[in-house]
Design a protein around this ligand. Sequence first.
Ligand code: ADP
Ligand code: MG
Length: 926
Amino acid sequence: MKQLSAETIRLLSSSQVITSVVSVVKELIENSLDASATSIDVKLENYGFDKVEVRDNGNGIKVADVPVMAVKHYTSKISSSEDLENLTTYGFRGEALGSICSISEVLITTKTAADDLSAQYVLDSSGHITSQKPSHLGQGTTVTVLKLFKNLPVRKQFYSTTKKCKEELKKIQDLLIAYGIIKPDLRITFTHNKAVIWQKTRVSDHKMACMSVLGTAVMGSMVPFQHCSEDSEVCLSGFFPKAESDSSLTSLSSSERSFIFINNRPVHQKEILKLIRQYYNVVMPKECTRLYPIFFLNITVPASTVDVNLTPDKTQVLLHCKESVLFAVENVLKSLYGPLPAAVCSETNKTDVTSEDMFVHKTDQTGVVVNALEPSGNNDLHAHTSFLSFSSDVQNCQAGKNTELCLNHQTFCDDNMPSRLDEEEVTESDAFQGNSLKSVLCQEKKGGQNITDSLESAPVDPKSKNDGEHLCRMDDISELEKNEDLSAPKDLPEISADNWSMGKGFKNSVGDNPEPVKILIPEVEGAINKQNEYNDDQSHNPQGSNQSTKKVSLINDKSGQIMAYDLISSQVIRKPKSAIALFTQECRAKLLTDNPKASMEDILLKIEEQWKNLNEEEKKNYEVKAAKDLERYNRQTRRALEQSSHRAVKDAARGHKARLKASLPDQQKLDAMFHSQLERKRKSEQPVKTVMVPFSVRSCKRSSPRHGEAGAREHELCLIRRQSFPDIWIFASEEKIMLLNPYRLEEALLHKRLLMNHKLPVEKLEKPIVLTDSLLGGSHYMAALYKMQKDYQRFNGSSYLSDPRLVANGFQIKVIQGASATESHLEIEGLANCLSYYGISDLKEILNAIINKNAKEVYECRPLKVINYLEGEAVRLARQLPLHLSKEDVQNTIYRMKQQLGKENKGCVHGRPFFHHLADIPEVNK
Ligand code: ADP
Ligand code: MG
């Protein structure tokens, strides 16, 4: 016997951790999420074999940790096995980076908030640094993996066919989708050979995240739920298909959209999946039993009851409280789909005896026992389940509660491979536990309350409405620091479409949302009196004047003054905040939501009181934050001043310098300016004197044809002004002023156009499918096909059905002429290759539309799968539009909207509106 060399041992163990490109991406993503990243870019070249790069904006790696970051068994996440009891991170073994190093060439670029510059490190196969150089990248970490599996030729060979490689890409996409769903505020892009394959923006909650992945049609068929066991140990939330939903929308032939998360970690839990399938099948047609429902289930259990250290890729977890979890899931399922029919379990018991079936057996027993007492089938006990209406945004109650950041995805785990979990479960004890579950149920039922009561008393968190707002606000110091380097455009705060729609996209210099422009409506009579009344009110209530003062502060008279802009080279530098100011900022939003009617003064008093009640440690925290903020301010001003001195030299040549003549140093000037701004704000909080000025909207309209009737008649909508932000355009119609999001509009137009004209590309089938009455399920389908237009192709002598309703939907159907009519038949020779599981049922959907709804146009008989696919395509195409649209482009878009959408203005493909109402333009006598 010989001992293996250290190098061989390293290689063997590494290739167990890193088995595929997916596992590289997974490990790197998890590291990014563990480092609190909110933006991740994944880039592959040649399916990842030439290059895998994952870039994040997370905390970065401390200089002290750099030398060991990729050395095996070094981790910053746990110190001993006891820490596993409270695990809140994905990683904990310190294996990933080291393993990747031994099978590829790795570069790591990183920068923490404390570092001035980022540095790029080159690592050797043992994870040690061989060289380093400074880099231009901002805060965060970029791991670049080159020549993956360079020393494992067989592993590489495994991916020699394009099909395998494409499957791998799909798995990566599915993995990223899982992270995207469980982390709504994560922005992800996934690129292969420079083409964007999938991307997700930040959204406010799980509902929106699911919406962006599954589409509106599917999410419209889902019902949100929340459920907590009595002891609050097991909490469930998510979305299941509605009982009455259309199975073609809410199921797939694989489990790739059956998302199960345990403590935010996507897991492969066959038992739970099987349970859900069984209940779903109760309400679905018989032929759907082979399908997997689409759902999102997030299970939260105490970290100490989960063992993640089961498989190298952590896709399996061991649950100590498995029984309670299954019980809780079943409760939700029962409330939704009713109890399982007795047939289901006897049938399953006959066919195969696996651990899952043991559970089914248990389920059935519980069902029977409880049904005897509670015929309604709502036999949940001591637990809170709630199904919330979709129109409300409140189902995301657990947001922020789950600190565990653990993700894995079940889809890249081989479905056929029997898991260790399953093997362990086929034991007698399991069967025994089945009985105990039953007895627990009985006992609980005896003394229990009826769940229907608790169904109504849904735990609803009103705060969750504000999730979106939190995303946009820059309260957080770390957020401030991330955006520190304002000169780099990529670091500018991102404005999400949602926040934009809600008017929360921008902040003015004092950190408030700017008010939309208000147009004073000329009142014919009593206007002056009313104005006076208003002023009187204001004097009693100084806060009341806030609105008008904001308007004043928005448009400042710039001429002749030195603006902060001049001094700091067009960068906005936020004034440092004191500890109490930071605290105020944090509390204010919450207090305002809780007490919407309270005056500003009351709120300030409340905040002051809360501040006094803080303990020393909490206060200290804020002081530390304030100190950091001051540091940040000093650093930014220093940097900006350096730049402005460069600029000043240039400006001097142009005679610009006169404005900067004042003798004070720039820093002091800046401070004085900020100070006077605050003063101005304070002053303006006092009542404002109102002077009535005669004004006629009509004459204004007449004198300004661009805003007025001429323009309005021509397009009805008239572009007033383009802001310096790419997404935002202001339009006026005759009655109102609106903001427009041209990208949403383009998306809807593209979708419509694709629905009308797009021809799905066809790929020849290896074996044609012969169409028969029995295959289609009725002779009327065949009759409809035979009636369709044929096209004779001279070069090969065959003819094809050339009806655009078939061709555009990706069906190439050949007509085989026989000697007699009975010998003639039709066969599908080619099929659309861009949709998975496309086929006969979709052909039937087209034919049904033609037969039952007399659909004549292509867009009237698009199968649902095609509609969804085209929706995705429209989104993808719209995202490729240039960031800066010209005025003509936008006007053209508006024009096409009128032409093509007419009155049907349902918003973009996600159902979001194109326009955001700003103000009404008052009526004038014509
Ligand atoms: P583990 O995640 O199990 O601790 P890894 O080998 O994946 O082990 O990473 C080693 C260490 O490198 C981590 O503990 C972490 O401190 C650091 N690290 C790796 N990737 C990142 C990243 N993207 N951002 C910040 N730190 C990282
Ligand atoms: Mg890791």
